[in-house]
Design a protein around this ligand. Structure first.
Ligand code: AMP
Ligand code: MG
Length: 493
């Protein structure tokens, strides 16, 4: 099968700035055509925001485009080169099964990458088949859209399509492609790659490109590369604080899975925590708990150090001075993170102003939640609805909790806002639902095993508005039935 260029205008508007970068950044690679593509889910509200014609996308020609059988007019498909520290070890990677079609410019003028994940082999595929299975692609669709509903920066999912070709994992599975939308796919690993295999000029080109694309407000007159580092530190601190505040565990925070834009990227073995336990880790391959819930901020900082390292030649001509500067910048991460996290926790507890002892109020609650194995989301949801009678949860009838509750109420009484506004602030910051693992699995089973997408669509509708406290959300908010087996996730390959 040969690839032809589509001439139908569906609202696509490509402009490929990444493709104009030096050749070391990528390999021009086209998607490998698939036999019988079928659209299984299209994100209509995202398509509308992108200025795309929904009927066009759903047409036979639209599907051929979304699956990579036809190339959108103006697109310049390529696989991006990158490296990464995987579980601490440095490796050369690159898009092994994803192809960037290029950048779509939305009617509002936003520049967004359109990437096909699972679109066939690339020069970076190593021993992989370049393909993806339906289950993991739908899982990324659900979790990324849930993150967007939770107002957490994330790559988005425009569509999932069946390829008509099976893939072999441990068994035969239906093959699929995810159409991913991102403000860019620049990763910490992109900088690591250029720093190792490109020239200093290439590195400067990458840094300048990143500033222009993501941080246009950086004052070029100062030290722009130090400002870039500070901006990335800030956006990562903010992102990871948001993860912690909803109990999200990324699962594989390798440097190739950390986007410079500050969006959550690469949903592999990620999951949301039910019972509050800071040691929670879901990924079956994370035997040492490197990427556990409580380690996420520290790993974020470690990854940022890898990023900072690549900038040494750009920040100061004197290497020793440059190293001193980046160490100072990175050492600020902990305070910046802590400040975002504490502000977020204050909002989760209905606190508007700042008092010195706020942190101890938050920490005491978390301690009691851990000790009593309370559900993270439900505890904050109950507090937001003032539903803390003892029958709701064992935690609420303990003497320690009753004491904590009293000190929290006294704290709230010391601010001028009304109880109603506190409860509203809490509802705006405590999701009534999260994509519970058992609900996600139920939706995936129905879709993958039976071709039934009703369960998934219903779940997605609820997850689109997680800060609403309606009956619709309520039905999805229960924790999983008790089980002895810990929930395990597997890399989305
Ligand atoms: P991930 O664990 O998804 O972040 O992927 C790590 C690396 O493995 C990236 O370079 C991917 O592009 C590559 N990769 C993952 N799955 C496949 C596959 N089935 N075929 C080729 N490359 C893959
Ligand atoms: Mg990855």
């Amino acid at each position: 099968m040969t690839i032809e260029e589509s001439i139908i205008d569906m609202g696509w508007n490509f402009d490929n700035s990444f493709a104009s970068l030096p050749k070391v950044f990528y390999s021009k690679t086209k998607p490998t055509p698939v036999p019988t593509p079928k659209l299984v889910i299209l994100n209509k509200s995202l398509a509308k925001n992108l200025g795309l014609d929904i009927e066009g996308l759903e047409s036979a020609e639209g599907v051929e485009i979304l699956v990579g059988n036809k190339i959108i007019k103006g697109a310049l498909p390529l696989a991006q080169a990158y490296a990464g520290h995987q579980f601490g070890h440095f490796t050369m990677l690159g898009d092994g099964r994803a192809i960037l079609l290029g950048e779509h410019i939305t009617p509002k003028g936003d520049r967004l990458d359109i990437q096909l994940k699972g679109a066939g082999k690339t020069p970076y595929s190593r021993s992989g088949d370049g393909r993806a299975a339906l289950g993991p692609m739908l899982r990324e669709y659900i979790i990324s859209e849930a993150m967007n509903g939770l107002k957490i920066p994330t790559t988005r999912s425009l569509a999932v399509l069946l390829t008509g070709k099976e893939v072999w994992r441990e068994t035969k599975l239906p093959g699929a492609i995810l159409v991913r939308v991102a403000t860019s796919h620049l990763r910490v690993g992109t900088f690591e790659y250029i720093s190792n295999w490109g020239s200093e000029e290439d590195l400067k080109i990458l840094a300048d490109y990143t500033i222009k694309r993501h941080f246009p407000n950086i004052n070029l007159a100062n030290n722009p590369y130090l400002e870039l580092l500070n901006a990335v530190i800030k956006s990562q601190a903010q992102l990871i604080a948001k993860w912690q505040l909803v109990g999200f565990i990324h699962g594989v925070m390798n440097t190739d899975n950390m986007a410079i834009s500050g969006e959550t990227i690469d949903y592999g073995p990620c999951a949301f925590m039910d019972t509050y336990d800071p040691k929670t880790v879901f990924s079956s391959i994370d035997l040492s708990g490197r990427y556990s819930y409580k380690n996420q901020p520290a790993i974020g900082k470690w990854n940022l150090m890898r990023f900072a390292h690549t900038l040494i030649p750009l920040i100061d001509k004197n290497q020793d001075r440059s190293i001193g500067i980046i160490q100072d910048a990175i050492s600020n991460f902990t305070d910046i993170f802590q400040s975002y996290w504490l502000d977020g926790m204050r909002a989760k507890l209905g606190i508007f102003n700042k008092e010195k002892k706020d942190e101890s109020i938050v920490k005491r609650l978390l301690e009691l939640m851990e000790k009593n194995r309370a559900d993270f989301t439900i505890t904050f949801r109950d507090l937001s609805q003032n539903k803390v009678s003892s029958h709701e949860n064992d935690l609420y009838s303990t003497r320690e909790f009753i004491q904590w509750y009293k000190s929290w109420q006294e704290r709230l009484a010391r601010q001028s806002e009304t109880t109603e506004s506190s409860l509203q602030l809490m509802k705006n910051n405590n999701p009534s639902i999260i994509p519970r693992n058992h609900r996600v699995e139920e939706a995936l089973d129905a879709a993958v095993d039976n071709g039934d997408f009703y369960v998934m669509n219903d779940l997605l509708n609820a997850l689109a508005n997680p800060y609403e406290y309606s009956n619709y959300q309520e039905k999805y908010s229960n924790p999983p039935p008790c089980t002895d087996k810990p929930y395990m996730t597997f890399c989305g390959t």
